[in-house]
Design a protein around this ligand. Structure first.
Ligand code: PLP
Length: 396
């Protein structure tokens, strides 16, 4: 038996299990105290009526001989891809239906897309959504990191003329909440074109951008159709974390259409498409009523984000995000490590967040808060967080 040795090179990810273990121990020791989590990114609001209505209608279709659907098109049903084309057209981005591939979420496609490339040199941001790093370790790729920090407001920019095969960009960013401007993304597109790289653009949080001047798709940038693949998801905008649906865009200009053809070949060989019921539900999310309802949910999260952002700003705690993104990335007080701050908050405030170091070396000393939670609990948690942080800062 010959195993893929690259798997032995993966760092065990203890981040969320470590958080869960510490919270469990705290609750056992303090059974009466209530603990509020600002840590987990997948506790969204439930599916909306427009989505459920389509899901139910599709389930009924499956129960009747005349409307039953078996295997569907691997790329996704036209009714959904047309909806996605319209979604982009509203941003002024014109796509063709065959440039869109419906999948079971951004994570799978982001991971599987590395298959289309040989051994690659990849550039990842640090801090980083951990799956980008792990899939490239699994593929045996050479990984370099573009460092985020206070200096660049956690928006690393191209440096020099070094060549990479693949560059990952996530905007709005998980974990930092930072959002690239048009000019900044243009610099990345120009760099990718000049050096022959492909950009993997993760737009999973595009629905959270309120500022109309900020790009929500890489294809709003001139030249991106020649150098970028875009990944998007219904998970956070429509509460599909457990339903599973997303899409990937491969423009025909990219490698002369070769990547589009290869991905189609890959999907038809290894994937039999997303279920009809789920695709109808996703189309419901993109319809007029679905869009309205999901916008209300996004507004709910963004009110949480604003409450946290304002509380941190008033307390002069340095942070990014929380304005056009559901994540807030704050600096830990007084040079604390992110795990020390985690313990302080849990012990003194009963608040749980995510230590920044779990997202990479450059995340040390920072802490991630998410807006995907109950409004009252979030308001209570941020008040306690600020009190404890201010008290700690004044004592030390
Ligand atoms: N990309 C980023 C940056 C994410 O934060 C997440 C989920 O948390 C995903 C992709 C995964 O999305 P999906 O649920 O569509 O697989």
């Amino acid at each position: 038996m010959r195993l893929n040795e690259n798997y032995a090179r993966l760092n065990e990810s203890y981040l969320f299990s470590n958080i869960a273990a510490r919270v469990r121990a705290y609750k056992e020791a303090h059974p009466k105290e209530d603990v509020v989590s600002l840590g987990i990114g997948d506790v969204t609001r439930p599916l909306t009526p427009a989505v459920i209505c389509e899901m139910q209608a599709a389930a009924h279709d499956m129960a009747a001989e005349e409307t039953f659907r078996g295997y569907g098109p691997e790329q996704g049903y036209s009714f959904l891809r047309e909806g996605i084309v319209r979604h982009y057209a509203k941003k002024g981005v014109l796509l063709k239906e065959d440039e869109i591939f419906v999948g079971d979420g951004a994570k799978s496609d982001l991971g599987n897309m590395t298959e289309l490339f040989g051994r690659s040199r990849v550039l990842l941001p640090d801090p980083v959504y951990p799956a980008y790093r792990d899939v490239n370790v699994m593929a045996g790729n050479r990984i370099a990191f573009a460092a985020g920090g206070k200096r660049n407001a956690f928006k690393p920019m191209p440096q020099g003329e070094r060549r990479y095969d693949i560059i990952y960009i996530c905007s709005p960013n998980n974990p930092t909440g930072a959002v690239y401007t048009r000019e900044e993304l243009k610099a990345w597109v120009d760099y990718a074109r000049a050096t022959g790289a492909v950009i993997f653009f993760d737009a999973a949080y595009e629905a959270f951008v309120k500022n109309g001047d900020l790009p929500t798709s890489i294809y709003e940038i001139e030249g991106a159709r020649e150098c970028a693949v875009e990944f998007c998801s219904f998970s956070k905008s429509a509460g599909f974390t457990g339903v599973r649906c997303g899409w990937t865009v491969l423009p025909f200009e990219l490698a002369g259409g070769e990547l589009n053809r290869m991905w189609l070949r890959r999907q038809t060989t290894k994937f039999n498409g997303v279920s009809y019921v789920v695709q109808r539900a996703a189309a419901g999310a993109l319809g007029k009523q679905g869009e309205y309802e999901n916008r209300k949910n996004v507004e709910y999260y963004m009110t949480n984000a604003r409450v946290m952002h304002e509380a941190l700003t008033a307390a002069r705690i340095w942070h990014t995000g929380g304005v056009d993104s559901p994540y807030i990335w704050m600096q830990c007080p007084r040079g604390m490590t992110s795990w020390e701050y985690f313990d302080l908050l849990l012990e003194k405030a009963g608040v749980v967040g995510t230590p920044g170091v779990g997202f990479g070396r450059h995340g040390e000393g920072y802490f991630r808060l998410t807006a995907f939670g109950n409004a009252q609990k979030t308001a209570r948690a941020i008040t306690r967080l600020v009190e404890v942080t201010e008290e700690f800062s004044s004592r030390n």
